[in-house]
Write a protein that binds this ligand. Structure first.
Ligand SMILES: C[S@@+](CC[C@H](N)C(=O)[O-])C[C@H]1O[C@@H](n2cnc3c(N)ncnc32)[C@H](O)[C@@H]1O
Length: 218
C-alpha cells in the first residue's frame, strides 16, 4: 500500500479523484475541525498536501501544519506544494503512524521545529488504509494537548439512490489500498465530545470532528 503511494506520488493529485469526488470531504472536514489562528495542526497521512491551503486559511501564518506521512515521495510532493505557496510554517515528518513510537514521534516533531503538543489533528482518506488504524489513532491523540480537536474524513459504501455505485466505490478504494469497511470515524463518535457530523457524495464520504477527552483516549 505504501509502495503504491510511493510509485504514484507524482500522479496522485491527477489520479486521486479530487474533483469532483474527494475535495468536498476535505472542505467539510476542515470546516468541522475548525482550527483557529495560530494553532498547530497535525495532518495525518498528509500525502501531497491537498489539505494545506484550506488549513492555512484557518490557522494563518502564525499557525503550524505538521504533515506526517510514511512515504518520502508523497512528502516530496507536499514540500513542493508548500514551497509553491510560500508557506514556511509547514513541517514534514516521515513516519509510519502505526509503527512509530509516540514519544519518538513527538520528539521528532519538536526537533523539526514544532511544539510537543498539537492543538488539532486531521486525517483525510488516510486512516482506512493504515491497517491497524486504532493504533494510529491512539498515537495521534497522544500528540494532542488537553481538549485537542480531531477530524476524520473517510469512505464507506454509498447510500440510498447511489447504492448502485457500490462496486465502483469499492474498486476505487481497493485500488487506493483503503478498507472501505474500516469506518475510522467511529473513534471520534466513541471518544470525543462536541461531535460534528457531516457526509457528502451520497454518504460515500463520512466526516466527523470533535474534542478529545484526555482520560478516555490515548
Ligand atoms: C489516500 S492518501 C491521502 C492523502 C491525503 N490525506 C489526502 O487527503 O489527499 C493516503 C496517504 O496515507 C499515507 N499512509 C498510509 N499508511 C500510512 C501510515 N501507516 N503512516 C503514515 N502514513 C501513511 C500514504 O503514504 C498516503 O500518502
Amino acid at each position: 500500500m505504501g509502495d503504491k503511494y510511493t510509485r504514484f506520488a507524482p500522479f496522485y493529485d491527477l489520479l486521486s479523484g479530487e474533483y469532483p469526488l474527494y475535495h468536498a470531504g476535505r472542505v467539510l472536514g476542515i470546516a468541522a475541525l475548525a482550527p483557529t489562528q495560530g494553532q498547530q495542526v497535525l495532518d495525518i497521512g498528509c500525502g501531497t498536501g491537498l489539505n494545506f491551503a484550506l488549513l492555512q486559511d484557518r490557522i494563518g501564518a502564525s499557525g503550524t501544519i505538521v504533515g506526517i506521512d510514511r512515504s518520502a515521495q508523497m512528502l516530496r510532493q507536499a514540500r513542493r506544494r508548500a514551497e509553491a505557496r510560500h508557506c514556511d510554517n509547514v513541517i514534514l515528518v516521515q513516519a509510519d503512524m502505526v509503527l512509530e513510537d509516540p514519544a519518538t514521534l513527538q520528539r521528532r516533531i519538536v526537533e523539526a521545529g514544532g511544539t510537543a503538543l498539537s492543538d488539532a489533528a486531521l486525517a483525510t482518506y488516510s486512516l482506512s488504509l493504515m491497517g491497524d488504524w486504532e493504533r494510529a489513532w491512539a498515537t495521534t491523540t497522544s500528540l494532542l494537548g488537553p481538549g485537542g480537536l480531531v477530524g476524520v474524513v473517510d469512505m464507506q459504501d454509498p447510500l440510498g439512490w447511489a447504492r448502485w455505485l457500490t462496486p465502483l466505490a469499492r474498486l476505487a478504494c481497493a485500488l487506493g489500498g483503503s478498507d472501505i469497511h474500516a469506518a475510522p470515524w467511529r473513534a471520534v463518535e466513541e471518544q470525543c465530545t462536541e461531535v460534528v457530523r457531516a457526509s457528502a457524495r451520497a454518504g460515500h464520504l463520512q466526516i466527523r470532528a470533535g474534542k478529545t477527552v484526555p482520560s478516555r483516549t490515548g
